[in-house]
Structures are given as C-alpha cells and as structure tokens.
Design a protein around this ligand. Structure first.
Ligand SMILES: [Zn+2]
Length: 428
C-alpha cells in the first residue's frame, strides 16, 4: 500500500504517522508506547521542542500510556512543536488506544477457555499450561472447534465507536473468521476450522489488516471422538421417590454433561438406566461406606458386581470401551460417621460413583462430568497435578483446591463449568 503522505512524522512501533493522522494502538497492561518525532528527511525534531498531550516528553521522544482504552473513539490529541526562526513548526496526531476482548458466545457448541491467571493468597501467580502463548502476552483465551466445523465467538471493542477500525486476521488458512471486519462495539463472529487438526491465532488488527494488535484469540481444532457412557440410578431397595426427586431430569442431565464434553470436542453416547433392589447395604445401617483412600468399599464394589445390566451392556458393546457412573441413593458414611462426598472414580476401573446426599441438581450434573473426566480420560485435579514436585510449565504451583471454581476438575462449584485448554488435548 503506497503511502502518499509526506512531511514530518511520528514513529510508533516502527510505523510512521503523519500530521493529521490517527494512530490506533493496542491496549496493554502497565505499558507505554514510545513516540519519536522526525522531519521529512528523517532528522529528529530539535531538543528545544515542546510537547502537548503527553507527560514526560523530552527532546524528540515522549511516551504515551496504553494501559487503558481511550475514553472516546476520537482519541487523544498529541503534538510536538518548536519555533523555527519565528515560524511555529508543529506535528500533531490523535492516538486511540483500543482493546479487543474475546468472550465465550452464549450459544457456542465447543469450548472457550478465558485462560486467566489465578493470584493466590501469598501473591504468587498460577497459570495452566498453554497460558503464556505466542505472541507473548498474558492470558490469551483459547477456543476449540471440531475439524471442518464452525463455532461462534464474541468480540468486544473499546472504546465505543472504533469497531470499524478492527479487522480479524487469521494466521493460517486452517481457520477463518467471518465477518472479518468489525463494525460495532460488540460482535458475534464465526470461527471456521479447516480439515486438519491444527492450531491458529486470530489477531484483532487495528486501523488496517496489518495494523497493530488490539487482542488475540488462540484456536485449536480436533476431530470428534465418541465415548460411550452409562448413567445408572441405584436404589438399595425399591425406587425411592424422595431420592429420585433430588435428581435432575434425565434429558437435562444428559444434555448438560454432553455439552461440557463438547468443549473438548468429545461426543458422549449416553445410556440411562435404573437399578432397583441392588442390596448394596451389606452391613445394614442404611448407609454406604466410603473408604478413606480413593478406592471402593465392599459395598461400593457390590453395586457393580451385582449389576447384571452392566454385564449385558459390556457384552452388547463388546469391542468398545464403556464407562458407568452409579448415582447412589443411601447417605455416605466413613468409619461410622456421616461423610459428605460428591463422587469417586478409581481410574483403574471402568465404573465410578456420584452420591445423592441431598446435593443439588447442578452438583450432581457437575460431579458426574467430573467423575467421568477421571474415568474416561484420566484427568487429574489441578491441585494434585500442579502441586510442588509435579512438572509444570507454569509460573508457580497451583496447590490449594478450589482456586478455579469454574474448572470441572477442581473443587467448589462455580456458576458455569468448563474444561480448560490443557484438558482438551488430553481428550485426544
Ligand atoms: Zn475428583
């Protein structure tokens, strides 16, 4: 693109801005951009020059803070001038600092990991693998898409009114963003994945397609994998309507667990069953015993051992791996005392447990997704996986449980649940 302008100019990040032009700069926390003023022949403005619109200008160089988006789309005027033998020579531009934030679309099909850093009480910053991605900027979000499919993302642009100066540019033909030109302050756009399992980067370019960057979105595509699972309600005696009323509706349960696994481009084939008169309460205290270690008690194991249905299912899907979750009605006990536990999955086995124990419907759904994560993909709790002594590329160790309440594999239960980017890879 031929630049027809000439005359004195500012240099900002190796780009020239002539008088009267608008410079669109990307927002960056705790950062400044350096502005340097030059005559048309490339010689610097004299040391006697004075600045306006910036603080700390000295000689031909000044700095401009880009730690927050501009308040208005017209930006901030910045100029440098000097007295050239009685004639005022002036170079003036407007600077607009832009921030483009990518967010999860409410109707997305696959995954979105906002990829924040977690600050622990001791001030240490924890991040997951895939946190510091290229370009080297903190916390770039990740989006998953099935190979050959597309999904929706939201881009939010500040300040209001600069939307038409933002272009969404992909670094690979394996991903396309459409529309790729933004017109308003918040848009939904589609990310289309190509035919290969690959990674990509969408850059929000400012001012023009090869402009400075106002934000990034990392992309990864996977071919879909299918997993066959069975959710089995287990009653020690006959179906207890009071216990059953605590459970989510089957379709609700199936849809929500499926949608969590879609984030990792995993399709769950879910079967639902009910086991009555399972007679697992072997030591008859009207409770189910939970051992201290992560293994199963005789009572727990008896549910699987007496599950004729499970044998039938396994023989029916002879060549396939299948996993079972038993949703168990009686209260959980450990060493004679009530013991509140939501679920357990011994990863050596193909069956795990979710315990009703008056847990809420969302608890039961999230726990089911969590236990299958252990069982099917051998996913670990982040507070175990990233504890001291474990190999982690992160800045510091994770350590406490519940630091990331929206993470399916952490404890605590946030308002929405997600599998983070590093789990997506473990599912493929
Ligand atoms: Zn767990």
């Amino acid at each position: 693109m031929a630049d027809v302008l000439e005359g004195p100019y500012f240099m900002i990040s190796d780009r020239k801005y002539y008088s009267g032009s608008v410079a669109y700069l990307g927002q960056a926390d705790d950062e400044v951009e350096e502005l340097a003023a030059f005559h048309a022949d490339g010689t610097p403005f004299p040391g006697s020059s004075s600045w306006s619109g910036v603080t700390g200008g000295s000689g031909h160089i000044a700095t401009f803070s880009v730690d927050a988006p501009s308040a208005a789309s017209s930006g901030d005027p910045v100029s440098i001038s000097y007295d050239n033998a009685g004639t005022l020579e002036e170079l003036a531009i407007h600077i607009v600092v832009v921030k483009v934030t990518f967010r999860k679309h409410p109707d997305q099909v696959y995954g979105f990991d906002d990829n924040p850093a977690f600050i622990k009480s001791n001030g240490n910053k924890f991040c997951y693998p895939f946190y510091n991605t290229s370009p080297p900027k903190d916390g770039i979000p990740w989006k998953s898409v099935e190979v050959g499919k597309s999904d929706a993302v939201v881009a939010e642009i500040s300040p209001v009114g600069v939307g038409n100066k933002v272009f969404l540019v992909s670094n690979t033909p394996q991903f396309l963003a459409s529309p790729n030109a933004v017109s308003t302050s918040e848009i939904s756009f589609a990310v289309q994945a190509g035919t290969e399992n690959s990674e990509g980067l969408i850059t929000a370019s400012l001012g023009q397609e090869d402009g400075l960057s106002g934000g990034w979105l990392r992309l990864v595509s996977f071919p879909e994998v299918e997993k066959r699972i069975f959710l089995i309600e287990v009653y020690n005696a006959e179906i207890d309507p009071v216990s059953q009323a605590l459970l989510p509706e089957q379709t609700e349960m199936n849809n929500q667990v499926s949608s969590i696994y879609n984030e990792g481009v995993v399709k769950l084939l879910i079967g639902n069953h009910i086991l009555e008169n399972s007679d697992y309460d072997l030591i008859p205290y009207n409770q189910i015993e939970i051992p201290e270690s992560g293994t199963y008690s005789t009572e727990m194991m008896s549910i699987y051992e007496n599950c004729v249905l499970c044998e039938e299912v396994i023989s029916l899907f002879d060549q396939e791996e299948v996993w079972f979750i038993f949703i168990v009605d009686l209260p959980t006990y450990q060493n004679g005392s009530p013991f509140d536990i939501q679920g357990r999955f011994d990863t050596e086995l193909n069956y795990g447990f979710v315990f009703l124990n008056n847990h809420s419907e969302s608890n039961i759904i999230n726990t089911t997704a969590h236990e299958f994560g252990h069982g099917i993909f051998d996913l670990k709790h982040p507070f175990s996986e990233f504890n001291p002594g474990y190999d982690s590329p992160c800045l510091s160790n994770y350590d406490p449980s519940g630091l990331d309440p929206n993470n399916v594999m952490d404890y605590n239960q946030g308002i929405f649940m997600l599998f983070r980017r590093y789990y997506w890879s473990k599912m493929h």
